[in-house]
Design a protein. Structure first.
Lengths: 107, 107
DNA sequence: TTTGAATATAAAAATATTATTATATAATGT
DNA sequence: ACATTATATAATAATATTTTTATATTCAAA
């Protein structure tokens, strides 16, 4: 059984340039919000909202360290592989009408 | 150099339950819109719009066969691996304050 | 050359996401 | 207690996505 709702949500939440940037930063290891914010050009509240979205989607988690919140990727392997998948996204197919003649006949 | 804009867009377009369903169907091989529609509970125009979104994001392409349009996944390996990644999404990490003591000291 | 099937497109309505602004909270050091 | 730092939250405004409804296009077959 597939839970495509959840999968769709994960993809949707990852599918935002700022959130990808956050993930790339956190791939180097945990970091607090302020530190992350130094490397990303968004407002503090907006970063906080993106971190919340990623956390609610179960992509990030955090733990409190004094007044800071230290965010980290919950399944780093998963995120790493996701990026890797895009860096090398495989063979490309192009079909023409002729390639489908058999299939067409059967439908 | 990363093109996170494009990556984000691909993820965003894939991140919709109906579009994932379309992809799962097309993983079995090319199919025309009508045929696809029989397995998905959305209106014809809406399906057409989803197919357009996937095509514009360079995830699908199609070729005309008579009055039909036969859609197919442009990089099936990529899509296959994407689903596989979610089916087995790897080790899960949980950090506590103590785990970060060193890191914290250096920041 | 009209009809029907397969599909797209346009416009509108409904809904969701994103960014901004202003304010609040919580922990730490003084 | 008070100020400061790090952060969240709430409310709004701006924008984008999604679905619906109605109509148009295109090709093939009768």
């Amino acid at each position: 059984m597939h839970d495509d709702e959840k999968l769709a949500n994960t993809l949707k939440v990852m599918g935002h340039p700022v959130r990808l940037q956050i993930l790339r930063i956190l791939l180097d290891g945990p970091s607090c919000a302020t530190l992350t914010n130094r490397n990303i050009d968004v407002s503090q509240p907006n970063l906080s909202q993106h971190l919340k979205a990623l956390t609610e989607a179960d992509i990030l988690d955090f733990c409190k360290v004094g007044t800071k919140r230290c965010f980290y990727i919950v399944r780093p392997d998963f995120v790493k592989k996701m990026f890797a998948l895009f860096d090398n996204d495989g063979e490309r197919i192009t079909l023409k009408e002729d390639d489908l003649r058999d299939k067409h006949a059967s439908e």
